[in-house]
Each structure stands twice: as structure tokens, then as C-alpha cells.
Write a protein that binds this ligand. Structure first.
Ligand code: HEM
Length: 393
């Protein structure tokens, strides 16, 4: 596919270094145009805010049904799942998730999530260095999400490894991380197949059991159940864990804004929008164009694999003033970290509830978050921390 108007870039967005530090490359792509051909991936990237948002809204032209990854094997594997379907199929699958993740279901959960966040924060030592990924970021999502899904001990022990692989799976086939993930993802699907096929393996009343009930009631087919369980198991963990680490790191770097937040806790939900804008945990998913489509004056032919680069759009200087600055007083409500349109994150209410509950608990107890050493994790799609040392005082 060639297009005279389409600028090209040979940047390797999937090298270890560029996955850790992509921001300058994203800016260069935005400056090249609203759509840029990534020659190494044979895919077009949309790095700017306005064009990306419009494309996310048009799910007829930008389809998810042939997968949202950058390689054919993964796209084949995920066909027919909630994230990789369009139209009526997507609405049906999403309906099952909606029952469990609706605002009404979340209101009932709110007190319990806050109680657990308070417990975690109360257990943290003051004035001593702690490794926050383990001590804070992982704890709430791991207990809340796995309890909600209702998985057994085997599922609990393997979920973090599955989650890491499940996001590497989306990458280009040229990345060794993708190849390893393709091999190891068989295990999660075998597990999901088994526990959704056998009555009583998922805790009664849980979100997992609701999937099995949807099969029983004829709302979805039995072959669709494992994919929904995998969407919960993998989608709800590393994303939120990364987001909590980013929140801690940003406030450690900006003590004045932490002080402001403590003085005005009403700002917490808006401050979390700004965390999501500046440090989007899920950097991209892809679409496939069903017809020739005009993106800001550049025509993408039908059949173009298109990378929706949420993390870059959230720093587009055409949309945001001083986009690289952290400012909790900014109105960041339009950020795209949860995607946009029909496929916008089904779990965003739960993710917000978890992170905001932790922010409530942390602002009540600690006046300062001091940063120690840290190491960014390397994953094809999720930007987060492998290690984050902090002192809370
Ligand atoms: C901060 C945390 C999170 C972030 C940044 C995030 C990000 C995203 C993004 C960007 C999408 C859009 C995919 C696309 O456009 O193709 C998405 C979809 C999805 N997310 Fe999340 N997510 C988070 C937490 C969660 C949680 C807690 C759950 C569930 C327990 C979840 C479940 C899902 C599901 C099922 C979809 C597919 C929705 C669909 O295709 O209709 N996510 N997420």
C-alpha cells in the first residue's frame, strides 16, 4: 500500500528503549501528520487527538472485527471476542459485561473497594522505603478484580503472568515478546474454556458466573464464554496496576500538587483524569479500514491496519496547552486513555473506583510521597513500572 500524500516513518516503536521512552517519537509522528505510515509494521498510525477521536467514533469505517492487534496470529485468536467484534455481535457480548460493570453494580461495590483501599494504606509503613508496585499498585486490583471474577487459586496464581503476556500478544510478529506471548496464551484460553464449561468452578454470584449464566440463558454461545472471561482476567489488571504506579510517581514528582489535593480532596476525580491523560497505561489498539477513508486530507485505502495511538493523542499540542506538564487543575475530561466510542473501556468505572479509593486513602494518611529509584516495565502495549521505590511520610 502506498499513498503519495501519506508521510512515512521507519521508527521502531517496539524496541525496549522506545517502549520505555516513546514520547519524543510520538511528538515526531504528530508533527509528520494526522496519519503516518509505519514502514516497519506496514500499518498506519493516527497520532493526533482530533482525527483519532473521530476515527474511534466511526466503527463502521474503522472496524474491530478482524482483530485489534498488529499481527495476524493474534487477530485470528481473538476473533469474535468483545474487543474484536462489531455491530450486533459486539453489542450482545458487551451486554453481559455491562450487567456486572454498570454504574448500579459499582455503587454497591463502592464502600467495599474504599474499605480495602483504606486497609492497604493503613498497613503501609511511614517513613521507610517501600517498593510500591508490589506494596500498593498490585494489591487492590488483584484482590478486587479476582474476587469479582470469582476465579479459583490456579487462576489467581497465574493471572499476572497471563495479563503481561496478553498485552504483549498485540505487538508486531517481529517482536520476540509477541512470539513468546503467542505460545503462552494457549494456557489462559484452556483455563477459561474449562472453568466456563463446568458449572460451579466460578464463585456463584461473581462476574465470571454471570458469563456462564448468559450461556445458559441463550444470550451468548458457549464458544463465546472463554473470550469474555479472558477479557476480564487480562483487561482489568495490568492496566489499573500501571495507572496506580503512574499516579504515585507523578505526585512524588509534584509535591505541591499533592499538597493541593490534600487540601481539596474534591479535586481527586479530576486529578485522576489528568494522570490518565499524561500517563495513559494502554498506549494503542488497532482497527482495520473497511473502505477508503479520508483522515485529515490523507486517504487510507480500504484494508489498512491502523494504530489508534491514544497515549500520543493525550499529549497532542493541537488539543492541550503545555501537554507534557502535569496540572491537576486542568480540565482533562476529554482524555482518551480508556478509548472512545463503542469499544471504550467496559471496566473504566471499576478502574476509576479503585484508583480514586486509593487516592482518598493516601491523601488522608500521608503528607508526602517521595520518589526513590524506579524502572519502567517493557510491554508491547502497556506502559507501566516494573519497580517504583517510594517513601510515604
Ligand atoms: C486504568 C485502567 C484501564 C485502562 C487504561 C483501560 C484501557 C482500555 C482501552 C483503551 C480500551 C479500548 C480498546 C479499543 O478501543 O479497542 C479498553 C477496552 C476494554 N477494557 Fe479496559 N482499561 C482499564 C481497566 C479495565 C478494567 C478494570 C476492566 C475489567 C475488569 C477492563 C475491561 C475492558 C474490556 C472488556 C474492554 C473491551 C471493550 C469493548 O471492546 O467493547 N478494563 N480498555
Amino acid at each position: 500500500m502506498r499513498n503519495a500524500m501519506l508521510p512515512e516513518s521507519d521508527i521502531d516503536l517496539f524496541s525496549d528503549d522506545n517502549l520505555r521512552h516513546p514520547w519524543d517519537h510520538y511528538r515526531a509522528l504528530r508533527d509528520q501528520g494526522p496519519a503516518v505510515m509505519l514502514t516497519r509494521q506496514n500499518a498506519v498510525v493516527l497520532p493526533r487527538y482530533h482525527e483519532l477521536r473521530a476515527a474511534l467514533l466511526d466503527d463502521k469505517l474503522f472496524s474491530s472485527a478482524s482483530g485489534v492487534a498488529l499481527n495476524d496470529a493474534a487477530n485470528q485468536q481473538m476473533r469474535g471476542t468483545v474487543i474484536a467484534s462489531d455491530g450486533a455481535d459486539h453489542a450482545r457480548l458487551r451486554g453481559v459485561l455491562r450487567e456486572s460493570l454498570s454504574p448500579r453494580a459499582l455503587v454497591q461495590l463502592g464502600d467495599e473497594v474504599q474499605r480495602r483501599a483504606d486497609e492497604i494504606v493503613a498497613s503501609l509503613p511511614a517513613g521507610q522505603p517501600i517498593e510500591a508496585v508490589e506494596a500498593i499498585s498490585r494489591r487492590l486490583p488483584l484482590t478486587i478484580v479476582l474476587d469479582l471474577i470469582g476465579v479459583d487459586d490456579f487462576g489467581r496464581q497465574h493471572t499476572l503472568e497471563w495479563a503481561d503476556n496478553s498485552f504483549n500478544l498485540f505487538g508486531p510478529i517481529t517482536s520476540p515478546r509477541t512470539v513468546k506471548a503467542l505460545e503462552s496464551m494457549q494456557e489462559v484460553f484452556v483455563y477459561a474454556f474449562e472453568v466456563t464449561a463446568q458449572a460451579g468452578r466460578l464463585r456463584p454470584g461473581s462476574m465470571g458466573a454471570a458469563i456462564v449464566e448468559a450461556v445458559r440463558d441463550g444470550k451468548i454461545g458457549p464458544q463465546e464464554a472463554p473470550g469474555l472471561l479472558v477479557a476480564y482476567l487480562t483487561g482489568g489488571l495490568d492496566t489499573t496496576i500501571a495507572s496506580i504506579s503512574h499516579m504515585l510517581h507523578l505526585f512524588a514528582q509534584h509535591p505541591d500538587q499533592w499538597t493541593m489535593l490534600r487540601a481539596k480532596p474534591d479535586l481527586i476525580p479530576a486529578a485522576y483524569q489528568e494522570v490518565l491523560r499524561l500517563r495513559s497505561p494502554a498506549h494503542w489498539f488497532t482497527r482495520f479500514t473497511t473502505q477508503d477513508v479520508d483522515v485529515g486530507g490523507t486517504v487510507l485505502p480500504a484494508g489498512t491496519r491502523t494504530v489508534m495511538l491514544f497515549a500520543s493523542a493525550n499529549r497532542d499540542e493541537r488539543k492541550w496547552d503545555h501537554p507534557d506538564e502535569f496540572d491537576i487543575l486542568r480540565d482533562a475530561a476529554d482524555q482518551l486513555a480508556f478509548g472512545y466510542g463503542r469499544h471504550a473501556c467496559a471496566g473504566q468505572g471499576l478502574a476509576r473506583l479503585e484508583v480514586i479509593s486509593l487516592m482518598n486513602a493516601l491523601t488522608r494518611r500521608f503528607a508526602r510521597i517521595e520518589a526513590g529509584g524506579s524502572a519502567l516495565a517493557v510491554n508491547n502495549l502497556i506502559h507501566g513500572y516494573a519497580r517504583l521505590e517510594v517513601v510515604l511520610a
